[in-house]
Design a protein around this ligand. Structure first.
Ligand code: DGJ
Length: 744
């Protein structure tokens, strides 16, 4: 890891483990992007062709050489952080309206600094780490009187570059930020394909990979939340890229609200990647002396294919983003009553679930939606976080104590960001809901969104959360958020601050979660948003796990978890076994398949255990034993995708390998039996080729309750990876196979 300034070539060299990133100056003023890719040697930097990469020796030449062609120069210049309005017509990363109402800006190089201590970003989720270096480039627009700080942080053990921007108003008049992204990256095209995610409720994080076309193509959210529909992520991949090899340039935003991630291909085959807070409905007033800090963006290059990208991101998030003490702890196997009862429960029902759960080896009961106010459906009580005595006559403490006596931990559901029109809070403070004065705010799931852009609303919500959690022995909170923001208006916000509401809302959410994890450091926090609508790096700063999707159908989950695991560690993915026919799809999948799929996540149950047969409860005991046997490897190991159900249509396969490569686990599911089929070879990954492994293949029985059939054999890692391991053809759909490899 190193960051140096090469004076002769006026260039900044950022070296990570295996990559080099070079920034250069044209005319000593224009900050341009020179190189990003495989690591370059430290020699030859003073003869490096910086000028060639910046295209300052070719027509239209740099402004110093040909001032008459400045527009043409800027329009093709590979900018490090493009500004708009003076000649670069591609997507800009910064737009400002000055005091005279005009919008152009031109930020030119002023100075730089390299520090060993990573600067803290107030109020935002952010990466951290002792062994880091940060380059800060200082750029100035003298006409606006504004300073732009571009920050680049690298960590000793990572190839990621964490970037952000900060704008300071040094003038004596207000200015308005219309756009400030976190990062841009200009590259020459190499027939790249764009990889991104899309989805909807019950179908989150579908992977999409399409050739880049000329023009702009983006994914974005203006919902005030990451959204089921989008992920603040974009990657360019070369056409031959697979899981195992190929170039990938990726960007992932550490943020949970409105965002854009965009690729723009010009007629001259230059590509511009951009990522940041969406400029739609965004306008931030910067008074003299004030500054605005963007969220961080993870920027990553790897030549090791999509699998290489995935493992780099997983490591970065585990080592430098997730702070929870549960990150490396075994998580309790939980049972959640949502799919068991929905709103129809009382203390006795929950205790009966707890008793049966305890008997099966489950370790925590989570009481979901419906325990507060007078909530019997989704049309009331959000905002009133007092116990619904009709359901829980002995209060939260009474219930928690009884659950603890049974031998289970106790967790609860909350949705702190919301307010129901039918609530005491709304009757007392209708102004606490987001609304545009004069317009009736739009309902979604019968609820409104609290105006968390206001500090007094944040304070009111915090007092309620703190009171609830202090009132009983609560070990876990599922923090839900069930609708997007709309009606971005506030009863107190002035017109010149109206464009700040969505981002201030996010800062309010972050403030609440920060207070929560600081005040209750041992609390296990699981984020959730109508399923997996806010599964993003921002939330991971506060919690170690996020509910992945309301679709618990094991077949559907294969694709949802595949997309999620492409970016996020398995230890963060909330995955539960639920009852069949599945409540979302109506599909029936075998118990053993449901158990196998949920293993590749945090593991738990989402069903009425009191209604199960003794054979089914026996199956749960077996599954929990397997979870205990495998959880450490799944939580701590390196993740490899061997086969994808969405591509094969017949089977799915993931593998985890311990860091020391002595142990590995493969979770395989035959989703569709092939008539008269043959065995299938699995080319495993990540093993040590020279290590000899004892391999145990456990094939689930065809009939429910049948014992697994186990085969053992011995193979070298090289054989398992190059020739592959044979998995026999099986009758039946939804047959899982578990393969355990241990150093012989
Ligand atoms: C959406 C969540 O994803 C569900 O698991 C459940 O908690 C409901 N909300 C409750 O309203």
């Amino acid at each position: 890891m190193n960051i140096v300034f090469e004076e002769k070539k006026e260039s900044f060299w950022i070296d990570t483990k295996d990559t080099t990133y070079v920034i250069g100056l044209a005319d000593g003023a224009y900050v341009g992007h020179v190189y990003y890719g495989k690591k370059l040697p430290a020699t030859g930097r003073d003869t490096f062709d910086t000028a060639g990469a910046l295209r300052i020796l070719e027509m239209p030449f740099s402004p110093k050489e040909k001032p008459g062609e400045k527009v043409n120069f800027l329009d093709g210049f590979p900018a490090e952080f493009p500004f708009g309005g003076v000649g670069d017509y591609r997507e800009s990363a910064v737009e400002i309206t000055g005091k005279n109402g005009f919008t152009a800006c031109e930020f030119l190089y002023d100075s730089y600094e390299v520090s060993r201590e990573k600067p803290k970003l107030a109020g935002l989720p952010q990466t951290f780490g002792e062994e880091s270096l940060t380059l800060t480039l200082c750029l100035k627009d003298k006409v606006l009187g504004a300073t732009l700080y571009l920050k680049y942080t690298i960590f000793e053990d990572s190839d990621a570059i964490v970037r952000s921007a900060c704008l300071k108003n040094d003038s004596d008049e207000d200015i308005f930020i219309d756009k400030l992204y976190s990062a841009g990256l200009d590259l020459d095209d190499a027939d790249y394909e764009m990889l991104s995610f899309y989805g909807y409720w019950t179908k989150e994080r579908c992977i999409e990979r399409k050739p880049l076309r000329h023009g702009r193509q983006s994914v974005n959210s203006t919902r005030g939340i990451t959204g089921h529909q989008s992920q603040p992520f974009i990657a360019l991949v070369s056409p031959e890229t697979t899981q195992k090899q190929g170039d990938v340039y990726a960007m992932h935003l550490i943020y949970s609200g409105n965002h854009i991630a965009q690729a723009e291909l010009t007629a001259f085959d230059q590509v511009r990647l951009s990522i940041g807070i969406s400029s739609e409905r965004f306008r931030w007033k910067l008074a003299p002396g004030e500054q605005f800090q963007t969220p961080e963006a993870v920027v990553l290059y790897t030549g090791d294919g999509l699998g290489g990208m995935t493992r780099e991101l997983h490591d970065l998030y585990k080592n430098h983003l997730i702070r929870s003490p549960y990150l490396h702890r075994e998580r309790p196997v939980l049972i959640n009553n949502w799919e068991a009862t929905y709103f129809d429960f009382d203390e006795e029902k929950l205790l009966s679930i707890a008793r049966e759960a305890k008997d099966c080896g489950i370790e925590m009961l989570v009481m979901d939606d419906g325990w507060f106010g007078h909530r019997d459906a989704d049309d009331s009580s959000l905002g009133d976080w007092t116990v619904y005595e009709k359901k829980l006559p002995h209060g939260l403490k009474g219930l928690a104590d009884k659950v603890n006596e049974i031998g289970l931990k106790f967790g609860i559901w909350m949705e702190p960001e919301m307010i129901s029109p039918d609530s005491e809070l709304y009757r007392e403070h209708p102004d606490y809901a987001l609304a545009i004065p004069g317009r009736a705010p739009s309902l979604s799931r019968n609820q409104l969104v609290l105006d968390l852009s206001r500090p007094e609303v944040v304070e009111c919500v915090w007092r309620q959360i703190e009171a609830v959690i202090s009132s009983a022995n609560i070990a876990y909170v599922k923090w839900d958020m069930n609708r997007p923001l709309a009606d971005l208006g506030s009863m107190v916000t002035r017109a010149d601050r109206a464009g700040e509401i969505a981002h201030r809302y996010m800062l309010g959410v972050y403030e609440l979660q920060e207070r929560l994890v600081t005040r209750f450091p041992e609390l296990l926090l699981e984020n959730c948003a109508g399923g997996g609508s806010r599964f993003d790096p921002g939330m991971l700063y506060y919690c170690p796990q996020i509910w992945c999707s309301d679709d618990t159908d094991a077949l559907e989950r294969l694709a949802i978890q595949e997309g999620t695991a492409m970016l996020f560690p398995l230890s963060t993915i909330g995955a539960h076994v639920s009852i069949c026919p599945n409540h979302i799809t109506g599909r029936t999948t075998p118990w053993c398949m449901r158990g196998n799929v949920a293993l590749a996540g945090t593991f738990g149950y989402e069903l009425d255990i009191t209604k199960l047969s003794s054979k089914e409860k026996e199956e749960i005991r077996r599954q929990i034993k397997t979870y205990h046997d495998c959880q450490e490897l799944i939580r701590e190991g390196d993740y490899y995708r061997i086969a994808s159900e969405t591509e094969t249509g017949t089977h799915d396969c993931v593998q985890v390998v311990s860091r020391d490569k002595k142990e590995s686990l493969v979770l395989y599911v035959q989703t569709r039996a092939i008539p008269n089929g043959r065995s299938r070879r699995l080319n495993l990954q990540g093993l040590d080729p020279d290590t000899v492994y004892d391999v145990t293949i456990s094939i689930a029985g065809r009939e429910f309750g049948e014992e697994d059939v186990e085969n053992t054999s011995v193979h070298s890692g090289g054989e398992l990876m190059e020739m592959g391991l044979s998995v026999p053809a099986m009758e039946g759909d939804g047959r899982p196979v578990r393969i355990v490899m241990r150093k012989n």
